[in-house]
Design a binder for this molecule. Sequence first.
Ligand SMILES: *[C@@H]1O[C@H](CO)[C@@H](O)[C@H](O)[C@H]1NC(C)=O
Ligand SMILES: *[C@@H]1O[C@H](CO)[C@@H](O)[C@H](O)[C@H]1NC(C)=O
Ligand SMILES: *[C@@H]1O[C@H](CO)[C@@H](O)[C@H](O)[C@H]1NC(C)=O
Length: 355
Amino acid sequence: MKGFLFLFLAVPAVCSRSHSNWCEPGCECRRDVRLTICSAAFFTELPARVPSNTELLELSHNRIVVIPECSFNKNRKLRVLLLQNNNISVVQDGAFSLLEFLQKLDLSWNLISSLGKGFSLGLAFLRELSLAHNSLSSLDSSSFMHLDNLQKLNLSYNSILTIQVRSFASMSSLRHLHLEGNRLTSLKSGIFSMLRSLELLNLADNFINETQVGIFKPLASVTLLNLANNHLTTVHFKTFLSLHTYSTHILLEGNPWNCDCDLQRVFRKLRSIQRLFLDDYYNLTCAEPEVLRDYRLSLVDTELCIAETVTVLIITVTVVITVLAAMLMGERKRKRKKRRKHWTQQGQLSDESDY
Ligand SMILES: *[C@@H]1O[C@H](CO)[C@@H](O)[C@H](O)[C@H]1NC(C)=O
Ligand SMILES: *[C@@H]1O[C@H](CO)[C@@H](O)[C@H](O)[C@H]1NC(C)=O
Ligand SMILES: *[C@@H]1O[C@H](CO)[C@@H](O)[C@H](O)[C@H]1NC(C)=O
């Protein structure tokens, strides 16, 4: 914590201010519209001479490797910074800390494998961040700490396996979260707990094989929940019932469904809930049991409980027959006893009369 505070306080002092109005060779500087375009200019590091009034800096398709601490100290008015398709593997802590007006940062298609504690320093007004197509393997509770106003976060197509519980804790304004194309297998309960403004959650193309019952409950605004192409074999009814939204579309195709009677019941109940829309229900296919492999769930769903119904019927009939039989036997026994008694009485009578 101490180190972190030191970094925070030290930032403005370390980065010197100066004004520059040159244009780096390879860039096109349009001062009138505050635009500097330096794409595909073979830069291996950030250009030094960018007009200080630049609001949009386009640096895509270069070969930049490092974003050092306190970069852009001459370009503090940046609102949009595009760094996609570079070779960035290192983003030093506090790299963007001077960009207090930055609204959009694109770091997609790079080689970033981890984010330091100070990655989000100074980015309190950032609205859009893309880190898609990098090599992130985990999300830390401190990486996104300062992104209080973020609305769109694109983390698609990384290798994210673990997400710490408080990773998204600062993001109560977040509306779109893209996590498709990662390596998630399960979702820790609580990771979405602060995302009450989230409208779109894309978890497609992961390896998710279970969903905890309360996991989506905090998402009070979600309108699209995409779980397509995961490893789900079944779901709990309550997992989706707990979504207290006005209307939510849920995508579930491309999962290896285990088509049994329980699954049929879950889907029957889900489809009866007015506010939930299972848009791709007719595209869901079974992976199990073996005999139903590749069948559409919607075509077999009325039969899935038949086996169970038959079993129940057989048991019922057996019980009824047994009870009936027992009653009959009892009745017969009673009658026989009565008859025997009758005969014995008659016998006694005739015996007496003999005397
Ligand atoms: C950029 O990355 C590519 C692919 O990983 C590599 O071939 C190339 O040498 C790298 N260039 C620089 C300047 O690091
Ligand atoms: C996320 O980023 C990738 C790479 O830039 C892009 O192709 C994709 O469209 C983005 N997704 C959204 C929803 O913005
Ligand atoms: C169902 O699958 C077909 C063929 O793959 C596709 O064209 C269609 O968009 C899917 N429907 C939904 C609702 O996803």
